[in-house]
Design a protein around this ligand. Structure first.
Ligand code: ASP
Length: 418
């Protein structure tokens, strides 16, 4: 059994859906579990819809109309027969969202988020499944919420592996088709509310299914030729990493390489399931392979940019050391606010940390620490990490730049630049 994951960019329009269907069809006969993200930028659009709902803005209905027409337009281009059941299916799926936005927001915003945002994956998988059926590729659509059980940490739900394993295994015993279509990113809590696994979480979903079903491989279909050593947005010439180890992939993902969701690797590594990253534009090409083999990890330097960072330096007002007790209070505060740090450094009386900039979270932090700490902020900073660097690379990188913070190990150099 193989697990394929199609991200939003691969199914951003009717052509994309047709292309994904062709890739699936070319593996007809194999056992295939296909995990699909929301189409194009739908998750962002749903996030905007949520904000409008939470602020009780009238524009919420207009936004929902836009999301609707985007999906119906794709279906119009895929299905000649406007009486196909998929049109009614989509309509029914949207009705649930309508109910939610018509009502007063209930519970926490995290709860509202998960009930609304998972809609994108339900829509995309219904469309792909219906299109495959119309081209005579038999498939079963399953609702990931019936089988991926999580706790109720909304927006970053933690998977209950034991329960999920049982549910997936039970479900798969009842399925006869060789192609199974399901959603990435979503699961459900034991109270049967939808939960989400965190942005870009569909890769992780693919790893969950692959690990439980003992897949022979996972393929993540992307709009790039594989794992590149840098983001083409920032670097003119990039190189594809042919083969890296799980460990290297985890490191790159941790530092912010956006190709694979960081949680994806561990379940695959545990079961030694190889992971391929391939281009949906050129499916026959080789792509990148991530497996046990670390022999080529050092071959090519990788560059990871994280922009829009805020560097925060705390120093205690009473000139006290920032000791374990103080650090532990600060870490608890970060965790309470939901701020994840990207790099940290401390000296005797100060402690410096970089976060992805998030205005409301940073304001909360400011409020909570102002009594005990003097705090200095640098906004608009960039964090650059270079794996397997050379001195020359660093010299070129830093030319004319102001370094706010610097850290090096044998294999990794990191700089926060203003
Ligand atoms: N659709 C979700 C997102 O955009 C999950 C995913 O695509 O992985 O974050």
């Amino acid at each position: 059994m193989r697990v394929f994951k199609f991200g939003g960019a691969s199914v951003k329009d009717a052509e994309g859906v047709k292309n994904a269907a062709r890739i699936i069809e070319s593996h007809k006969g194999d056992q295939l579990v296909v995990i699909v993200s929301a189409m194009g930028k739908t998750t962002n659009a749903l996030e905007e819809l949520l904000t409008l709902h939470l602020t009780r803005s009238e524009a919420v209905f207009q936004k929902l109309e836009e999301i609707k027409s985007f999906h119906f337009e794709i279906c119009n281009n895929l299905f000649e027969n406007k009486k196909e059941a998929i049109f009614q299916e989509l309509h029914n799926t949207f009705v649930e969202a309508e109910w939610q936005i018509e009502d007063e927001p209930i519970g926490t915003s995290g709860f509202e988020y998960d009930q609304l945002i998972g809609l994108g994956e339900l829509l995309s998988t219904k469309i792909l499944s219906a299109y495959l059926s119309s081209t005579l590729v038999k498939n079963s659509w399953i609702d990931a919420r019936d089988v991926v059980r999580t706790d109720n940490t909304y927006q970053a739900a933690i998977v209950d592996w034991k329960e999920t394993e049982q549910l997936i295994q039970q479900k798969f015993k009842t399925l006869n088709e060789s192609v199974i279509i399901t959603q990435g990113f979503i699961g459900s809590s034991s109270e049967n509310f939808t939960t989400t696994l965190g942005r870009e979480g569909s890769d992780f979903s693919a790893a969950i299914f692959a690990s439980i079903l003992n897949a022979t491989e996972v393929v993540i279909w992307k709009d790039v030729e594989g794992m590149l050593n840098a983001d083409p947005k920032h670097y003119e010439s990039t190189v594809k990493l042919e083969n890296i180890s799980y460990k290297e992939a985890v490191e790159l993902a941790y530092y912010g390489a956006s190709v694979i969701h960081p949680k994806t690797i561990k379940p695959l590594e545990n079961k030694e399931i190889p992971l391929y990253v391939k281009s949906f534009k050129n499916p026959a090409a080789e792509g990148s392979l991530i497996n046990r083999d670390s022999s080529r990890d050092n071959e090519i330097p990788s560059y990871i940019h994280k922009e829009n960072q805020i560097l925060v330096s705390f120093s205690s007002r009473d000139f006290d050391f920032i000791d374990e007790r103080k650090l532990s209070e600060l870490f608890q505060l970060f965790s309470k606010i939901g701020l994840s740090f990207n790099i940290l450094q401390n000296s005797a009386i100060s402690f410096t940390v970089a976060f992805d900039y998030n205005e409301s979270k940073i304001n909360r932090l400011r409020k909570e620490v102002s009594e005990n700490y003097k705090v200095v902020y640098n906004e608009g900073a960039t964090l650059i990490t270079i794996r397997h660097f050379t001195e020359q690379i660093i010299a070129d990188l830093l030319k004319g730049r102001t370094v706010l913070l610097e850290q090096r190990t044998r294999s990794t150099a990191r700089f926060v630049l203003s």
